[in-house]
Design a protein around this ligand. Structure first.
Ligand SMILES: [Zn+2]
Length: 117
């Protein structure tokens, strides 16, 4: 699962993760959930964790935070310059100074692995 936007809906995200985990686990008991959380995702990690703990109270949840990477039209690939205006994140290409280069990493909330018993 990959959500291609920065502003994510908490309930929708948790619902989607919940059904993805349950689908993957089948009738097995989920003991561990591994997530990847991109640095540009505005959802606070603590909020996401506490909501998932409500759904899976006996599972431990590990979050790996991923760094952002952009691919600009000028050919630049790598870390962008990040400016924050309160809640809004603006990414700028450090080479040509263009705003909003295409994000290739850092905007994802992904279920990377689960452990069951
Ligand atoms: Zn550029």
């Amino acid at each position: 699962m990959r959500l291609n936007y920065f502003h994510v809906d908490l309930n929708k995200t948790v619902d989607e993760l919940d059904s993805t985990v349950k689908e993957a686990a089948g009738s097995s008991h989920v003991t561990k959930i591994f997530l990847r959380l991109g640095e540009y995702v505005t959802l606070p990690k603590a909020t996401l964790l506490s909501e998932l703990h409500k759904r899976f109270p006996t599972a431990s949840i590990e979050v790996q935070e991923t760094f952002g990477k952009v691919h600009c039209l000028c050919g630049y690939i790598g870390k962008p310059v990040i400016t924050r205006d309160s809640d809004v994140i603006c990414l700028v290409c450090p080479k040509c100074k263009k705003k909003y280069p295409h994000v290739v990493e850092g905007d994802e909330i992904e279920l990377s692995e689960i452990e069951v018993e």
